[in-house]
Each structure stands twice: as C-alpha cells, then as structure tokens.
Write a protein that binds this ligand. Structure first.
Ligand SMILES: [Zn+2]
Length: 335
C-alpha cells in the first residue's frame, strides 16, 4: 500500500433495507437535514427511491473510475450507546455497520475498510478484534453524533488497544452540521483538547477537517485547540495528524489562507468527505492569475468527484507528501 494516493474520508450511508442483513439505517431526523438532500442530489437519487444498492453503486463508481486516487476509505459509523453500554437506537441518526463495509472492501480492491466502534459498547473489544481481523485501516468517531466523550475514562482501555495495534483513530473535530444532533451540549464533544488521553496513550490520532470552522459565524476555538496540541506534540511524542477533507468550502479557504504558515504540512492527510457536497470552485494560494485560470478550467469539467477534490487540493498548494501519508500510517498497523 506504501506510496499510494489514498482518500481517507469517504462517507457511506443508506436507509434500512430488508435485504441488508447488517442492519445499516438512518433516522427520520437525518432525513430532515440539508446533508440528506444534498447527498441524494450528489448520488443522483433525488427523484428515485434511495437504496443501499444505489448508494453502493454510486460510491464504487466514484472511487473505481478515479485516475488520481488509488484507494478510498469508506467510513462506518457505529450506533449510540449510553456509558453503561445500553444500545440507543432511538438516539442514533446514522448507522453504517462494520460487517457491511468489511465485505465491501473485501470485494473491491479500491475500497479500504474504515471501521467505527463505540467505546461504550460492552463488546467493544470483540468488535474491534473483528475489524482488525477484517483489514480495517482506521477507527472513525463522530463524537457529537455518537455521543462519545473522547476524554471519558471508559475510553482508556479502548485507546490502549488502538495504540497496541497502531490502528489510527479518525475523529471528527470542529462544528458539525451534517449528522444530528446539533445542540451545544453535543457540539462540545467535538473539541480537539478532549483527545489528550488518546494521544497520551500513544494512539495515532487524525483530527478530521483540520478542526476548521465551516461558516463565517463559527469561531476558531476548535482550530486554536488543534494548534495547541500540535505545539505540544513533539515534546510528548504524540502521533497527531489532521485530515484535509471538506476543505473546499468558501469560508474554510479564507481561514486556510490566513493560517497557512501555522499548519504543519508533514502532519496532514488527504481526504474528500464525499458525498457530502462541497464547493467545486478552485481556491489557490497562488497570486499568479494564469495559474488560477489554468486550475479553474482544468477542474471545471472534471466529472469524477474524487479526482476533482484531489486536483483542487493540489491547487491550494498542499505538499505532495500529504496525498500519500495515509499509506505510510496504514503500513504500520499490527493485526
Ligand atoms: Zn466527514
């Protein structure tokens, strides 16, 4: 896998389907979100019945026809559990089952299995063993949607096991607008500083979206916390990284330009956030008008969304190593 260009952040999601024995589902609440309609638009299911088969076909085609990106990590999302281990289907907005993605990755050489295991599950260890045995390349959390507090003491044994196997934790940080709930109490779970225990335990932590604000009304608290962690990382031997998925949003590009010199390129990892839609316009740090125009036309008619994201990120000026860094991390996983 070493040296390959890998997109570490591709979402999967589908309504419940009687033909899916793994039980993936999304909630009625999720069907009211803008993300839901945008995803249906992007996956061309806005005017037809959306099914797990259609979502699968669409995503497999996107990664399968990419000319720039060799592999994509399809992300699972575990259900909500109380800290005592009680399953809360009633509080779960989106569930993408590990066995569904493990099988998908087995059948498709361009797909990598991004597992998701809730640390509050009573059987978390068994589930994590299953994921490791089935070639998972990372564990994904979305704390506000999954009601996981990364600083909770229940997470410590979980972190020890992730660290033992060098399995990276890809954790959403920053404001969340895609998967409910969106209340302040839950958004507090998306703060980078809550990941200190994971880092202290030796976990390879990948902070999603560089913890950047999405809208102009969002503050930079999450980003400043991430910078604080980056500052401490060398002295504490922390294995801290951030992905650059969902960067192509107008406000994010302004923040990126402002903060460019504070962002450690050697800690970044490429991702898209597909099929959650982002702006398609090219954003570049280049002041050269010819370079800007060239990039605009180069990407304007690109039909493959994974390739388009790749080219637009290249245009922003991220270092070449950012695009292959995931393959280095994944090579270190001990199964
Ligand atoms: Zn995402």
């Amino acid at each position: 896998m070493s040296g390959e260009v890998i997109d570490v952040h591709i979402h999967f999601g589908a309504p419940s389907d009687p033909n899916d024995p793994n039980g993936c589902y999304w909630s009625k609440e999720f069907e009211k979100t803008i993300t839901y309609f945008a995803m249906r638009l992007v996956t061309k299911t806005l005017f037809t019945k959306v099914t797990i088969e259609k979502v699968k076909e669409h995503l497999l085609k996107a990664i399968g026809t990419s000319k720039k990106v060799q592999k994509g990590v399809f992300l699972g999302l575990d259900q909500v559990y109380d800290t005592d281990g009680t399953l809360r289907k009633d509080l779960t907005s989106l569930y993408v089952a590990n066995n569904y993605l493990a099988n998908l990755a087995k059948e498709n050489s361009r797909v990598l299995f991004g597992a998701s295991v809730n640390p509050y599950r009573k059987d978390w260890e068994k589930e994590l063993d299953y994921c490791l045995a089935n070639e998972a390349v990372l564990c994904k959390w979305l704390p506000s949607a999954q009601n996981i507090d990364p600083s909770h003491v229940e997470c410590i044994p979980f972190y020890k096991k992730l660290a033992h196997h060098n399995l990276p934790l890809l954790c959403h940080c920053g404001p969340e607008y895609s998967i409910p709930p969106f209340d302040d109490q839950r958004q507090k779970l998306n703060h980078p500083l809550l990941l200190r225990n994971a880092l202290d335990e030796g976990v390879t932590v990948v902070v999603a979206h560089l913890a950047l604000p999405l809208f102009i009304t969002d503050n930079k608290d999450y980003l400043n916390e991430l910078f604080q962690l980056f500052k401490e990382a060398p002295g504490k031997n922390w294995k801290l990284y951030a992905d650059i998925s969902a960067m192509l949003f107008p406000n994010r590009s302004f923040v990126l330009q402002d903060e460019w010199n504070n962002i450690p390129q050697d800690r970044l990892i490429m991702g898209s956030d597909y099929p959650i839609p982002m702006s398609d316009f090219s954003i570049t740090n280049s002041s050269n008008i010819i370079t800007r125009i060239k990039l605009f036309f180069k990407t304007l008619f690109m039909s493959n969304p994974i390739d388009k994201n790749y080219e637009l990120l290249k245009g922003i000026g991220f270092d070449n190593s950012v695009f292959t860094r995931a393959s280095e991390l994944f090579a270190n996983i001990i199964r």
